[in-house]
Design a protein around this ligand. Structure first.
Ligand SMILES: *Cc1c(COP(=O)(O)O)cnc(C)c1O
Length: 383
């Protein structure tokens, strides 16, 4: 099956019991035993649930991995992965990380004795220099948020492989439609299914996939032990979202390309960050690694904070909201919203400036979106 077909049909196809084309929501906490000590494969929904299983197998199939796990949120997925480690272990992570991941590492996991080094993850030498005897994991985002830097997945897999380090790729932004990190030998792929996989701004969810049976066994144990799993209804909604992932991704990108070109030519715009633009530092890598350039566009506006504020107050079709990857267009200010949990100096070092605005391009008519941006940029400049 090709990607689009697999997205629609899911891992198992129609419900074997009734023939329902859409697998049902098994909204149950517990399952009756056939006999003492004998189940039909399910006993309690924290451990496993058929609706969740269908989502897990479907995401695993789309990522080209054998095993998948669905979680209550992207952060629940990440927290569970971090429990693969133990006190005293050291993690290397990229500096322009999702703000919530940075907070999990630096405000929660560090209190359990984990150590973190943040660096420019495309710099092979600095990764090699940062490796210590207690280093266990390299964590990166295939496409970073909000600057949309693309990571050289093959290089990371090579360096980590040479030192026996576990590799984790957060593949939320590109989704498996654009790139499948497992094919490069990455051990664990993490998702916030809240974003493109569900795609309709009506669920928070997370997922982890792996090709390794040993890691899968440990993830199943941890998911059950920590209780971080997703609810059956949320899994059912994410499955519905996934059926249209390929066509949504194509429309997100078509709109994003037009908007990136519009912003790039606008006098009120200082700099545009879109991997599809030849001026983006990751353009070559993106063209080589990704099937497309995606639907996120960030830009710096002239005029500082007053311009940022009046732009964000004027946009009409772009909702002033966190999150990304849904059919609705969203605009946000990383410095005070999605990346507010990073200390200012760290954030600026990572290149996330105060005049940066991040757009998640939806699938509305692109002319409406461009008119909205045009009006709001003009308002920003009247400040
Ligand atoms: C949103 C996001 C997360 C966190 O996911 P939640 O579902 O909000 O918990 C993690 N990584 C990236 C790249 C994200 O965009």
């Amino acid at each position: 099956m090709r990607f689009e077909t697999e997205a629609v049909h899911g891992a198992s196809g129609p419900d074997p019991l009734t023939g329902a084309v859409v697998p049902p929501v098994y909204q149950t906490s517990t399952f009756v035993f056939e006999d003492v000590g004998k189940t039909r494969g399910y006993d309690y929904s924290r451990t496993s649930n058929p609706t969740r299983k269908e989502l897990e197998l479907t995401i695993a199939a789309l990522e080209g991995a054998g095993h998948g796990f669905a979680f209550a949120t992207g952060m629940a997925a990440e927290s569970t992965v971090m429990h693969l480690l133990k006190q005293g272990d050291h993690v290397i992570a990229q500096e322009d990380l999702y703000g919530g991941t940075y907070r999990l590492f630096e405000s929660v996991m560090n209190r359990f004795g984990l150590e973190f080094t943040f660096l420019d993850i495309n710099d092979r030498r600095s990764i090699e220099k940062a490796i210590r005897p207690n280093t266990r994991m390299v964590w990166f985002e295939t496409v970073s948020n909000p600057l949309l830097n693309v990571v050289d997945i093959q290089m990371i897999a090579d360096v980590a492989g040479g030192h026996g380090l576990l590799t984790v790729a957060d593949n939320t932004l590109p989704t498996p439609y654009l790139v499948r990190p497992v094919e490069y030998g990455i051990d664990l792929v993490v998702h916030s299914t809240t974003k493109y996989l569900n795609g309709h701004c009506d669920v928070v969810g997370g997922a982890v996939v792996t090709a390794s049976p040993e890691l899968a066994e440990r993830m199943q144990f941890l998911s059950n032990a920590l209780g971080t799993c997703a609810s059956p209804f949320d899994c059912w909604l994410v499955l519905r979202g996934i059926r249209t992932l390929p066509i949504r991704m194509r429309q997100h990108e078509e709109n994003a390309r037009a908007i990136a070109a519009f912003l790039n030519a606008h006098p009120a715009v200082k700099e545009v960050f879109y991997p599809g633009l030849p001026s983006h530092p990751s353009h070559q890598l993106a063209a080589r690694l990704l099937k497309g350039f995606g639907g996120m566009v960030s830009f710096e506006i002239h005029g500082g904070i007053p311009s940022v504020n009046s732009f964000l107050r004027t946009v009409k079709y772009f909702a002033l909201a966190e999150s990304l990857g849904g059919v609705h267009s969203l605009a946000e200010h990383p410095a005070t919203m999605s990346h507010a949990s990073m200390p200012e100096e760290f954030r600026k070092n990572a290149g996330i400036n105060d005049d940066l605005i991040r757009l998640s391009i939806g699938i509305e008519n692109v002319d409406d979106l461009i008119e909205d941006l045009s009006r709001s940029l003009a308002a920003g400049q009247r400040q």
